[in-house]
Design a protein around this ligand. Structure first.
Ligand SMILES: Nc1ncnc2c1ncn2[C@@H]1O[C@H](COP(=O)(O)OP(=O)(O)OP(=O)(O)O)[C@@H](O)[C@H]1O
Ligand SMILES: [Mg+2]
Length: 450
């Protein structure tokens, strides 16, 4: 019988088949033969079953070892908890996470290793897991580790189904998400820095854009102003030509009508004297002398109208005095003339001419348009500027409607003031009188005190 014990399963099955086919020896009794044969068959069957059982046992052991390896070395910590959170089982990865021996951990509540401020969240997690309908429950919390610090962990738990009223257990996977958390924090910080940078850059760009818009608007305004002043300049040059033509016409008429005629008369008188007896010559010459005297006055007046030599020879104040006196004499309009700081001063030629022409045009306008018999002129200076004001309480006009196209006298004055480095302002309204003010540079003319 012993010979069957070391046989393989396949060898045993072959022996069994051989025995069944082999005829019983003739010298044994048929009954004994049969019993022995059956016993042999049973033994072989038993040996076969035994071998199968051993093989099955080996397979189970190998599979259990594999499962234990899988469990212990799973990439996450695996722990079985009861309803109070006490550790029933824990794999090696879980024990390594907490930095303790597996034997130390079993039988202890997991909450001992949860950071104090997160214990409430852990209990709530356990309650939800065991009270839920078998679905996985997740929470994130910090676990204190043996080294003294803590790790960020994610717990994912499912209840373990069991018979009713048995102690309820749950299986929890613990993942170390410290690196993930740190990366998340870094990404968050980077995002915040990026957003801050974007905000700053956007603000900078907005500022630059606004500055650009302002510059574009300024440039546009400057272009419009340039266009306007070039139009004004065109109108003024046109006006200048017209005025020049008028002046020439007046001069031509004066020369022809007054000076020419008087000179003709004078020539005739001289010619006649040559033919007259001596006693009549005296009478003719005295008449001619009277005419020449008037001619001298006319020539002087004409020259003063064009540009008083006083202005060049004696300066602004004497020229203004003469202009105002002559204006009153010609128009019977009283002018209240006040001045300060001008006595003995000379200013740049352009400034003196501008002040003179502004007063001249202002007073001419009073005589022509204001319908009043009084006017005032004030001229004074401070350390940097020469100030001028011409006022009347006359009928006034709509000063805001004044443009270079419709007026040339006053607009020409504005241009004069501007060319002399100053500015001129006109205030007037119907029934409210008129005030012209101007400010010009009080810079002294070369060498003389200004
Ligand atoms: N002092 C004033 N009182 C009332 N109206 C005035 C006065 N000064 C000017 N005006 C009004 O303003 C207009 C423009 O004056 P401005 O001196 O520019 O032109 P003007 O006197 O009409 O002609 P010119 O070009 O020969 O001077 C005048 O036509 C007049 O209607
Ligand atoms: Mg005028």
């Amino acid at each position: 019988m012993k010979k069957y014990q070391n046989m393989t399963k396949a060898e045993l099955i072959k022996s069994l088949e051989r025995l069944e086919k082999r005829p019983a020896p003739a010298h044994l009794a048929a009954a004994h033969q049969r019993v022995l044969h059956e016993l042999q068959v049973h033994q072989i069957e038993l040996e076969t079953q035994n071998r199968e059982l051993r093989e099955a046992e080996q397979l189970i052991e190998a599979s259990r070892d594999r499962y234990a390896d899988l469990y212990d070395f799973a990439p996450v910590g695996c722990v079985t908890l009861d309803h109070a959170g006490v550790i029933q089982e824990i794999n090696l990865t879980g024990a390594t996470l907490l930095g303790l021996e597996r034997a130390t951990l079993i039988g202890r509540p997991l909450s001992h290793y949860v950071v104090r401020s997160d214990v409430r969240a852990f209990r709530e997690h356990l309650r939800r897991c065991l009270g839920g309908g078998g679905r996985p429950t997740t929470c994130e919390l910090r676990l204190a580790v043996k080294t003294g610090g803590f790790i960020d962990a994610q717990l994912q738990s499912v209840p373990i189904p069991g018979p009713p009223r048995s102690i309820r257990l749950c299986r929890t996977a613990i993942s170390d998400i410290t690196g993930l958390k740190r990366a998340e924090d870094q990404i968050k910080a980077l995002n915040e820095a990026l957003e801050r940078r974007v905000r700053e850059r956007t603000a900078e760009l907005e500022g630059a854009n606004q500055q650009l818009q302002r510059e574009i608007a300024d440039r546009h305004q400057a272009e419009v102003a340039l266009q306007r002043s070039s139009e004004q300049l065109q109108k003024l040059s046109h006006r200048l030509l017209t005025v020049q033509e008028n002046e020439r016409r007046i001069l031509a008429r004066e020369l022809h009508d007054e000076i020419g005629q008087t000179l003709t008369f004078f020539k005739l008188a001289v010619d006649m004297c040559l033919r007259l007896p001596l006693e009549q010559v005296r009478e003719k010459l005295s008449e001619a002398s009277g005419k020449v005297g008037k001619l001298v006055d006319q020539v002087r007046n004409l020259s003063l109208e064009l540009r008083p030599t006083l202005l060049d020879d004696l300066g602004l104040l004497p020229a203004l005095r003469w202009l105002i006196g002559r204006f009153t004499a010609n128009t019977r309009i009283e002018v209240d003339f006040r001045h300060s700081g001008l006595e003995g001063c000379r200013f740049a030629t352009g400034t003196e001419t501008a002040v003179y022409r502004i007063v001249q045009e202002g007073l001419t306008n009073v005589a022509r348009h204001a319908r009043i018999q009084r006017a005032s002129v004030k001229v004074w200076r401070d350390s940097r500027q020469l100030h001028l004001q011409i006022g009347d309480g006359g009928c006034g006009f709509e000063a805001t409607a004044l443009t270079a196209g419709t007026s040339s006298g006053l607009c020409g004055l504005r241009e004069r003031a501007r060319l002399a480095g100053g500015q001129l302002n006109i205030e007037s309204a119907p029934g409210k009188g008129t005030v012209i003010t101007a400010r010009l540079s009080a810079q002294a003319s070369g060498g003389r005190p200004g």
